[in-house]
Design a protein around this ligand. Structure first.
Ligand code: BG6
Ligand code: MG
Length: 225
C-alpha cells in the first residue's frame, strides 16, 4: 500500500531554481580576480555548503592566499554575494525548474507540509521572486542553523518546527552534502543530478522534470515497508 510522508523539505539552489549555476559563475568570477581557476568537478564540493566554507575551499587552491586575514575573507565573501545578486536580480516566476510546481501542488493536495532547507542567506528573497512563497509552511535558511550541511540540522530543524517525525519526511537535494544531511537525519533522500555525485540518495532522478509525485511515493513506501 502506498504510504504518504507528512513533509517534503526542498533544497533551493539547483532544485527549485537554477541558482546553483549563478553561485558557480559568481565564485568563478571572484576566483578569477584572485588568479585562481576551478572547474565544475571542483564546484560540486561547493554545492550545499555555506558562503564562508566555500570561500575557504577556494582559497585552499592557492598556497599564497592561505594566510589571508579574516577581514579580507569577509570582504571577498561579500563581493561574491554582489556578483551573485547581480545575476539573480532578473529571477522571476519563469525560472522555477520543470516539475517543481507540480510537486508542490501534489504536496498541498495530499496535505503534506512543505519546508525549505537551504544553506543560502538569500533563500527567502529568491523564493519570493519565484512567486512560490505561499506554498511554504516553514523556511530554514543559513540564518537559522548553527551547523550547515552535511550536518542534518537544516532538515531536522524544519521537521521539529512542523512537529513531524524524521522518518515521515522526504528531502530533495542536488548536492552531495545535502544528501548526506538528509540521510543523517533519517529522512528519505531524493537526489537531483548524477549518480557519480549523488550515489548515496535513496532515489535519484537526473533532473527536476523527472520528479514525479507518485513515483516518489512508491519509492518512499518501498523503503518503509
Ligand atoms: C547553497 C548553495 O544553497 O547556498 C551554495 O548550494 C551557496 O552554492 C550557499 O554557496 C550559500 O549561499 P549564499 O546565498 O548565502 O551565499
Ligand atoms: Mg542545492
Amino acid at each position: 500500500m502506498t504510504q504518504y510522508p507528512k513533509a517534503f523539505i526542498y533544497d533551493l539552489d539547483g532544485v527549485i531554481t537554477d541558482t546553483a549555476e549563478f553561485h558557480y559563475l559568481a565564485w568563478k568570477k571572484l576566483a578569477g580576480e584572485l588568479g585562481i581557476s576551478f572547474d565544475r568537478q571542483f564546484n560540486e564540493r561547493l554545492k550545499g555548503i555555506s558562503r564562508m566554507e566555500s570561500l575557504e575551499l577556494i582559497l585552499q587552491l592557492s598556497a599564497s592566499l592561505l594566510k589571508m586575514s579574516n577581514e579580507e575573507k569577509v570582504r571577498l565573501a561579500s563581493k561574491k554575494n554582489e556578483f551573485y545578486l547581480e545575476l539573480a536580480k532578473s529571477i522571476n516566476e519563469e525560472n522555477v525548474l520543470p516539475g517543481i510546481e507540480d510537486l508542490l501542488k501534489n504536496n498541498k493536495k495530499h496535505n503534506i507540509k512543505i519546508a525549505l532547507g537551504s544553506a543560502s542567506e538569500n533563500a527567502k528573497n529568491v523564493v519570493e521572486k519565484l512567486g512560490l512563497i505561499s506554498y511554504f509552511d516553514y523556511i530554514v535558511d543559513a540564518t537559522k542553523v548553527s551547523k550547515g550541511k552535511p550536518d542534518p540540522e537544516t532538515f531536522t530543524s524544519a521537521a521539529d518546527y512542523l512537529g513531524i517525525p524524521y522518518k515521515e519526511c522526504i528531502g530533495i537535494e542536488d548536492a552531495a552534502a545535502g544528501i548526506e544531511a538528509i540521510n543523517k537525519a533519517n529522512m528519505f533522500s531524493v537526489g537531483v543530478g548524477s549518480l557519480e555525485h549523488l550515489s548515496q540518495a535513496d532515489y535519484l532522478v537526473e533532473d527536476t522534470s523527472k520528479l514525479d509525485f507518485q513515483e516518489i511515493m512508491k519509492k518512499y513506501s518501498e523503503k518503509n515497508s
